[in-house]
Design a binder for this molecule. Structure first.
Ligand code: HEM
Length: 233
């Protein structure tokens, strides 16, 4: 609406988020687990555990998004067919662990605070789900494609995409185009400056939770005896 009295926000939420999480993104990209992964130094067992961790995170996130899908701050960024990853992760876990996958995975100490926070936010402060969605889905649509190629090569996964459904967004044809749409939807949310700040702060928390997951995997990796393929990059 073009109400003349409307005070337009000086900065768009998408810009505030990109700018306000830059340092956290740098830290995430440069933590040991991620650096090893990017070099193709990833043990199959750790990749499986990481996939399980993501399953718990996305289950929580998508459960809370579903509950709040009619909320005026969530409805514009509700894209279940395009974004939601729970089903894809379940298929990946079935590939890695077999039919009985659900009994073989568990929520670890490094992932639980992330999952708890998502539920807390979904129940008490749903606008902050914007931060959690942004942090994961925009990341998956960006760096996620690099990770897919690395994992496929390093773990010698089939070219059919089995085990890598998480990285494959079947409902999205142009990642760039979808990210633009998602950014514009975030920018159209009616939010005051204080709430925008809180969303940026929550996104930084989400980056921190992701780092906790990586750190736990890194530590676990030290205890697992497994040949790491020299993927040649
Ligand atoms: C954006 C790479 C890790 C969240 C990006 C972009 C790249 C990238 C190239 C820019 C895309 C663009 O300009 O459109 C990577 C690489 C990573 C990594 C190589 C290391 C494996 C992460 C992690 C998270 C994350 C761990 C959080 C869980 C994001 C987000 C954006 C993004 C939210 C969108 C930034 C924005 O434009 O607002 N990433 N990333 N990334 N990444 Fe990552």
């Amino acid at each position: 609406d073009d109400d003349d009295d409307e005070v337009l926000s000086p900065t768009d939420l998408s810009e505030l988020l990109a700018e306000g999480t830059k340092e956290a993104h740098d830290r995430a990209e440069n933590c040991q687990f991620v650096k090893d992964f990017l070099r193709g130094r990833i043990k199959r067992e750790l990749f499986k555990r990481g996939t399980a961790a993501l399953y718990f995170v996305y289950s929580a996130m998508e459960e809370e998004i579903e509950k709040n899908k009619d909320h005026h701050h969530i409805a514009p960024i509700y894209f279940p067919a395009e974004l939601h990853r729970r089903e894809a992760l379940a298929r990946d876990l079935e590939y890695f662990y077999g039919e009985d996958w659900e009994n073989q995975i568990s929520l670890t100490a490094g992932t639980k605070p992330y999952v708890d926070r998502i539920h807390e936010v979904g129940e008490k402060d749903p606008v902050l789900l914007v931060a959690h969605s942004y942090t994961r889905y925009m990341g998956d649509l960006s760096g996620g494609q690099i990770l897919k190629k690395v994992a496929q090569r390093a773990l010698k996964l089939p070219s059919t995409g089995e085990g890598l459904n998480f990285y494959q967004f079947e409902g999205i044809h142009s990642h760039k185009g979808f990210k633009q749409l998602y950014r514009s939807r975030m920018n159209e949310l009616e939010l005051d400056a204080e709430t925008k700040d809180r969303i940026v702060e929550e996104s930084n928390r989400a980056f921190g939770f992701n780092m906790m997951v990586f750190t736990e995997l890194e530590e676990l990796g030290k205890t697992i005896k497994e040949e790491v393929q020299d993927a040649g990059f």
